[in-house]
Design a protein around this ligand. Structure first.
Ligand SMILES: Cc1cc2nc3c(=O)[nH]c(=O)nc-3n(C[C@H](O)[C@H](O)[C@H](O)COP(=O)(O)O)c2cc1C
Length: 360
C-alpha cells in the first residue's frame, strides 16, 4: 500500500504528508514523554522500535544460562568473579574474610572450565593464580573451607611450567611501566586521528589489524568481562557488502578496503540492568583500536549502526550472528588516501563540555 502511494502521489502532496507526520511525531513525543506510564504505553502500542532490543536482551539472558553449562572457551561469570576476588585482594585494609558469598560459585565454575578442552588457557591461569592467592590469605569459615576443599580436589591441579614470567594476580602499582608518551605526543596522536573515508587501493596486512585489536583489548571493561568481539572483513568485496548495510557510508562504501564489525555479546549478563555495557565496553575498546591503528600507519572511520530493523536483519544474516549478539558500530580501516580531505569537525571544549563544582 505505502509503496503504491509513494509512486502515485505527486511530490508536493508527499512533502505535505511528510511535514504533517513530522509535526504529529513531534507533538506526540511531547505528550508521551510527560509521564513514565505514558512512555510505556507509547512503546507498547504506538511504536515497536524497541522490540529488537528487548528480544536481544532476553536472548542474551537465556544464552548466559546455557553458556554456564557449556563453558566454551571463556565465561563471563568466571571473569567477573575472579575480578571481584582481585578487588578484595587489593582492598585497603584487606579483610581476613571476604568473598564468602561467591567463592564457591567461582571454584565450581573454574573446575568446570578446566575440564573443557578448548577453554582459554590465559583465563584459566588468571583464575588459578588469583584463587591460589585468595586461599593463601583468607581465614577459613564454613563457606570458605568448603570452597577450599573443592578447589584442592578439583580436576588435575595445574602445574606451573617454570617458565612463567609472572603470575596473573594483583601486583604493586609501582610495577606498572612508566609511560614513554608525553601529553603533547598523545595530543598530537589525537589530532592526527581523523575520520578518514577515502583510502588507497592497498591491501591492509592482517597482522596490523590483529595488533590494533590486541591493543584495543587492553581497554577497561565492566568487571573485566569484555563482552564484545571484532569481526574483520579484510577483503574489499566483503568489506563493501558489509559497509553497504549501513546508511552512513553512502557515497564512499565502494572503495573501503577493510571493515571491522564491532559486535556486543548480551550473553555476558544474567540481568537486563547491564544491557548497556556491551555498547560502553565495546566503544572504549574501539577508540583504543582506532588510535592504535593510527600508530601503525592506518586510518579509520567509525560508522554508525542505528537500530534499523532491515539493516540489522541483513547484517545478522551476512555475519550469521546469533540473536544475543548486536552490532555496536562498524569501523572502516585502511591506508588513507593522502590526496583526499578530512572534515574540520570543530570540537567542543572548556565549559561546553566540562562542569566542575566550586572548591570549598
Ligand atoms: C558512533 C559513531 C558513528 C559514526 N557514524 C558515521 C557514519 O555513519 N558515517 C560517517 O561518514 N562518519 C561517521 N562517524 C564519524 C563522525 O562523523 C566523526 O567522528 C565526527 O564528525 C568527528 O570527526 P573526526 O572523527 O574526524 O574527529 C561516526 C562516528 C562515531 C563516533
Amino acid at each position: 500500500m505505502i509503496p503504491v502511494l509513494r509512486k502515485a502521489l505527486p511530490a508536493p502532496a508527499k512533502r505535505t504528508i511528510h511535514r504533517t507526520l513530522d509535526w504529529l511525531g513531534s507533538r506526540s513525543v511531547q505528550v508521551f514523554s510527560a509521564h513514565r506510564w505514558l512512555a510505556t504505553l507509547y512503546y507498547c502500542v504506538f511504536s515497536r522500535r524497541f522490540d529488537r532490543e528487548h528480544l536481544a536482551v532476553l536472548k542474551g539472558r537465556a544464552a548466559y544460562y546455557r553458556a554456564l553449562r557449556a563453558m566454551e572457551r571463556t565465561s563471563p561469570l568466571l571473569r567477573r568473579n575472579v575480578h571481584r576476588l582481585e578487588k578484595g585482594l587489593i582492598m585497603r585494609p584487606r579483610r581476613n574474610v571476604f568473598a564468602e558469598v561467591f567463592v564457591l560459585e567461582t571454584v565450581r565454575c573454574y573446575n568446570r572450565a578446566k575440564n573443557r578442552p578448548g577453554y582459554s588457557p590465559d583465563e584459566l591461569r588468571w583464575a588459578r593464580d588469583v584463587l591460589d592467592e585468595y586461599f593463601s590469605v583468607v581465614e577459613d569459615t564454613p563457606a570458605i573451607s568448603k570452597a577450599r576443599k573443592e578447589y584442592s580436589e578439583g580436576p588435575g591441579a595445574e602445574q606451573s611450567d617454570g617458565n612463567e614470567v609472572r603470575t596473573f594476580k594483583p601486583y604493586p602499582m609501582s610495577e606498572c611501566p612508566a609511560s614513554p608518551v608525553s601529553f603533547d605526543q598523545l595530543a598530537t596522536l589525537f589530532v592526527r586521528r581523523r575520520s578518514v573515508r577515502w583510502y588507497r587501493k592497498r591491501p591492509v596486512p592482517d597482522d596490523l589489524i590483529q595488533k590494533a585489536v590486541n591493543a584495543a583489548s587492553l581497554a577497561p571493561s565492566a568487571c573485566n568481562r569484555q563482552p564484545f568481539r571484532f569481526v574483520v572483513a579484510n577483503e574489499p568485496a566483503m568489506a563493501i557488502k558489509i559497509a553497504e548495510c549501513a546508511g552512513g557510508t553512502t557515497g564512499f562504501a565502494h572503495q573501503l578496503p577493510a571493515v571491522i564489525v564491532v559486535v556486543g555479546d548480551l550473553s555476558a549478563y544474567p540481568k537486563d540492568r547491564d544491557r548497556h555495557l556491551i555498547y560502553i565496553d565495546a566503544s572504549l575498546a574501539s577508540m583504543q583500536l582506532m588510535l592504535a591503528a593510527e600508530t601503525l600507519g592506518l586510518s579509520t572511520c567509525p560508522i554508525n549502526w542505528p537500530d534499523v530493523d532491515l539493516a540489522e536483519e541483513n547484517l545478522q544474516r551476512i555475519l550469521k550472528l546469533p540473536g544475543h549478539e548486536r552490532v555496536v558500530m562498524l569501523i572502516s580501516i585502511g591506508y588513507g588516501d593522502p590526496d583526499s580531505s578530512v572534515a574540520y569537525s570543530q570540537k567542543k571544549k572548556d565549559s561546553l563540555i566540562m562542569q566542575g563544582f566550586p572548591k570549598k
